[in-house]
Every structure is written in structure tokens, then in C-alpha cells.
Design a protein around this ligand. Structure first.
Ligand SMILES: *Cc1c(COP(=O)(O)O)cnc(C)c1O
Length: 483
């Protein structure tokens, strides 16, 4: 059977009397009599009756209906959908970590506190900054936390500032975080190439700018050549530079944000450091900051004692407080820790070299197939545009994305960044082989030669074709109803 032609719900497959296994009834024991009558249901619950094989096949088939990194190439730009090593899954699931409770006394979880402290030090080093907090649960929360830290720093010094400058190629979370932290988000134009428009930037940089938020390399995969100058100009006006670190996969061990002028940044452990992600989580968005901002970081802070023990510092009068429970999303942080420790410093730099090599190879394979605006010296990702296809054949980025599913490939990121019309943003990551990239390019070539009507109706091979995405999110149907 085609795995996409589901046999139905468990309730529909079930047959009266079917069982997984038969356990002999205990002789001489009336189980029902041992349970007080008020706990007994009047009639048995309407559960489906199934064999073990029915259940195993049902869930195994369901598990492969979604695109997943373990089954499909997943070139989702900006999301860094790299392979998640199984060894790290095993380590994080070991009872040493999994059976700990966050409320047990510090003295009984010294190993974990030590690992978390070491992870903070490693991330601070990769950032080229002084201190790190693992608390935020995702990149977006890292942005918000950092901006709250910045606001507290300005407030503490009696400085009133209201604006955050953000290039128009930025991720939507940047202006959202600025607004949530009480700032006014002000857009800065991009040049035709996709870099910061220095004239517009200089015109908007005034003494009311608290923070300049920049993604570097940016969402077009371009390293901002003026970053040092930009940072110097922000600092000369008394502002802070924030680095959105979602694209750190391009520069690990090669360029450090602290060295090119950032005062604070977030990491997306679930992107750069293999925390598995998809369908919105789980995430981890640690932040790193310069020493002057450290007193304002979320608490508690993990302290390393001179005797080799670790403790928690709750006495932090300037701290912005907690931004989530306990120490962060530890399961994701640990996977990132194992990844960094497995690779080491030189291994991390090689990750970035290979990520860039793969993106440039894929770009070269696609260059004759689809328009790819912008310079060809991009780093870990690039953005193609279907604007000509839309005009000439009425084929949109959405149609291409949907048709790729029929070929067994997850879609690239589409309609982002906003500065490229009909955008298809592709990030192969370092873990894909040349053969996979070639197969993807071949599929795209096949698709673009097809009758446009086939693309407009795609996907043809999946149980659901084009749902109303907003309605599916706002009004999900999760309950089975007998009719
Ligand atoms: C993913 C991403 C974010 C947001 O990070 P989350 O972990 O999804 O909250 C911010 N900026 C950029 C450029 C991103 O790609």
C-alpha cells in the first residue's frame, strides 16, 4: 500500500475482540471486585480494539507522512536543517541526564551544572563575548531577552533611548522583539545587492537609537562588508549592536561577532548546533553579551566555585529576572554541547567551510535553471526568485515548493526574505552529500520543464494538498467524531 494512502484512523481499523496479546485471567481473583464501585465506569470506554501489528503499522506509516530530516533533504533557508547525530540523542536520553529533576539540590547535580557552565563558556568564546545565559527557549526569546538586558543597562545609567534600527532583510522576529521590549522598531533600507544601505543607515542613526540589530551573514547569505564601520558608528552614538546569530553556521570558528563589533547576540542551538527542530520546537536561544551587560542577564547564574563545585547565584539585584523556568531547554542545550565537544574548534570551522561550499555548489547547479539575484559570493545560503516564472508562466514560488514535495524534497523557505519577490531561500547545510544536491537540482529542472498546470495543482502524492494554512493553525481538527 502507498504509505500516503492511510488505511484510516485506529477507530476505523479496529475490530471487536481483536487484541494485542492475551494474558491468562488470574484464577480465583475477581479484579472488578477489588476496585471500589465508584471508580468503575458504567460501560467500557469506546476504545478501538487492535492487534499489535495494526498499531505498529499505523504509527510507523504516520511517522513517515511528514517530511523529516531523517527521510528527506530539507533545504529550508535560515533554519539550518542539518542532520542530528543519533549518538547525541542516545547520550541526552541516558538516565544520567534524563532522570534528573530540576528541583533536586545543587549538590546532587554537579555534573549537569558543570556541563551547562562549560557550554556557557564555549558559546561565549564562539561569540567573542564575555558572558552567556542559556535560559531563552528560542532565537526569538533570545532577542527579547537581550533587548530587555539592553533596556535595563540604559535605564541603570539614566539614559533614555526609544529606537531599535533593523535592516529590512531581517527576520520578522527582530521588529517583534523590539516592540515587545518597549522600543520602536525602525527599518533600514537594503541596497540592490541586499546589504545595509549606508546612507539610509547614517540618516536614521541618532542619539535616540538604543540598539542596531543585524543578522550577519544576513538572510541573503551575504557577509556585511561594512559591519565594523557600522558598529563603530553605533558605538560612537552611545548605542549597542545586537547580532541575530541564526546564521552562525556560516562563520563558526572563522569570524566572531564580538570581534566585528557586536555587544550581544543569540545562538539558535536548534539550528547551528543540531538540536532537532521542526513543527515549531523545541528550541534553545542562549545569549552572549559583553562584560558591562553581564549584571543584567537573567538569573540564577551558574557559578563555578574555586573548589571545583558549581552553584546558583540568585542574588543579582540588577538582573532582569527569569525569562523561563529552570536553566533553559536542557535537552536541546545538551545536544549542542555534545556536538561542539565532538567536533572541537577545528571541526566547527570545518562545519562552516563545508556549509558554504555546499551552498555555493547548489547555487552553481541551479544557476541555469532559475533566476538567482544577488552576488555569487554568498556564504551558507542563497535566495532564488520565481518572479520571471510568475510573469511568463504563472508559476509561483509556492507552486514550485509544493511540487518539490512530490519529488520527495522538503520545500526551501519561500516568500522570505521580503526584499526578494517570489523568494525561494535555500540552505543545504554541511551534512548533505554532492549526490543529494545534484538530485535536488535535477528534480527542480524536471519541475520547471513541466506543464505549469501540474505545478499549480501540486502536490499530487500527499494525503492533503493545499490546506488553508491559517485555518489549519487556528482551528485544528484534532478530535475523532463517530458519525
Ligand atoms: C530562525 C530565525 C530567528 C528566530 O529564531 P527562533 O529560534 O525560530 O525563534 C531569528 N532570525 C533569523 C534570521 C532566523 O533565521
Amino acid at each position: 500500500m502507498d504509505k500516503n494512502q492511510s488505511a484510516g484512523l485506529l477507530f476505523e481499523i479496529g475490530q471487536p475482540g481483536r487484541r494485542c496479546h492475551a494474558i491468562a485471567e488470574a484464577s480465583g481473583v475477581d479484579a472488578a471486585a477489588m476496585i471500589p464501585g465508584r471508580f468503575l465506569a458504567e460501560s467500557p470506554p469506546p476504545l478501538p480494539e487492535l492487534s499489535e501489528l495494526d498499531i505498529v503499522r499505523h504509527f510507523t506509516n504516520l511517522s513517515t507522512l511528514n517530511m523529516a530530516i531523517d527521510c528527506n533533504f530539507y533545504p529550508l533557508g535560515s533554519c539550518t536543517m542539518k542532520y542530528n547525530p543519533k549518538r547525541h540523542e542516545r547520550l541526552v536520553g541516558s538516565h544520567r541526564f534524563a532522570e534528573q529533576h530540576p528541583l533536586q539540590p545543587d549538590s546532587t547535580c554537579q555534573g549537569t551544572l558543570g556541563v551547562l557552565h562549560e557550554m556557557e563558556r564555549m558559546l561565549a568564546e564562539i561569540a567573542g563575548l564575555d558572558a552567556c545565559s542559556l535560559q531563552p527557549s528560542a532565537g526569538a526569546q533570545g532577542e527579547l531577552t537581550s533587548l530587555l538586558v539592553a533596556a535595563a543597562w540604559f535605564r541603570h545609567r539614566g539614559v533614555a533611548r526609544s529606537k531599535v534600527l533593523i535592516p529590512d532583510s531581517a527576520h520578522g522576529t527582530n521588529p517583534a522583539s523590539a516592540a515587545l521590549a518597549g522600543f520602536q522598531a525602525v527599518g533600514v533600507k537594503s541596497t540592490a545587492e541586499g546589504l545595509v544601505d549606508m546612507e539610509d543607515f547614517a540618516a536614521k542613526l541618532d542619539d535616540d537609537v538604543a540598539v542596531f540589530m543585524i543578522t550577519n551573514p544576513n538572510t541573503l547569505g551575504l557577509f556585511e562588508p561594512n559591519i565594523r564601520r557600522i558598529a563603530d558608528m553605533v558605538h560612537a552614538r552611545g548605542g549597542l549592536v545586537y547580532l541575530d546569530g541564526a546564521n552562525m553556521n556560516a562563520i563558526l570558528g572563522i569570524a566572531r561577532p564580538g570581534d566585528f563589533g557586536a555587544d550581544m547576540m543569540h545562538f539558535n542551538v536548534h539550528k547551528t548546533f543540531t538540536g532537532p527542530h521542526g513543527a515549531g520546537g523545541p528550541g534553545s536561544g542562549p545569549i552572549a553579551v559583553r562584560a558591562m551587560l553581564e549584571p543584567f542577564l537573567p538569573m540564577p547564574r551558574i557559578l563555578a566555585g574555586s573548589d571545583g563545585t558549581f552553584g546558583l547565584d540568585e542574588n543579582r539585584p540588577l538582573s532582569i529576572g527569569r525569562v523561563r523556568s529552570f536553566h533553559g531547554n536542557i535537552g536541546v542545550i545538551l545536544r549542542g554541547y555534545f556536538y561542539i565537544r565532538t567536533l572541537g574548534a577545528e571541526g566547527l570551522a570545518n562545519v562552516s567551510r563545508h556549509a558554504v561550499l555546499n551552498a555555493r555548489y547548489l547555487r552553481s547547479l541551479l544557476a541555469g535553471l532559475i533566476e538567482i539575484p544577488g552576488p555569487d559570493n554568498g556564504l551558507h545560503e542563497f535566495v532564488a526568485s520565481a518572479r520571471n516564472l510568475r510573469r511568463e508562466k504563472r508559476v509561483s514560488a509556492m507552486d514550485i515548493a509544493k511540487r518539490l514535495l512530490d519529488h520527495g524534497f522538503h520545500s526551501p523557505t519561500i516568500y522570505f526574505p521580503l526584499v526578494v519577490p517570489e523568494a525561494l531561500m535555500m540552505e543545504p547545510t554541511e551534512t548533505e552529500s554532492p549526490e543529494t544536491l545534484e538530485a535536488f537540482a535535477k528534480a527542480l529542472g524536471t519541475i520547471l520543464a513541466e506543464d505549469p498546470e501540474i505545478l499549480r495543482q501540486a502536490p499530487h502524492s500527499l494525503p492533503i494538498s493545499r490546506p488553508d494554512e491559517v485555518k489549519a493553525t487556528k482551528e485544528p481538527v484534532l478530535r475523532w467524531k463517530a458519525d
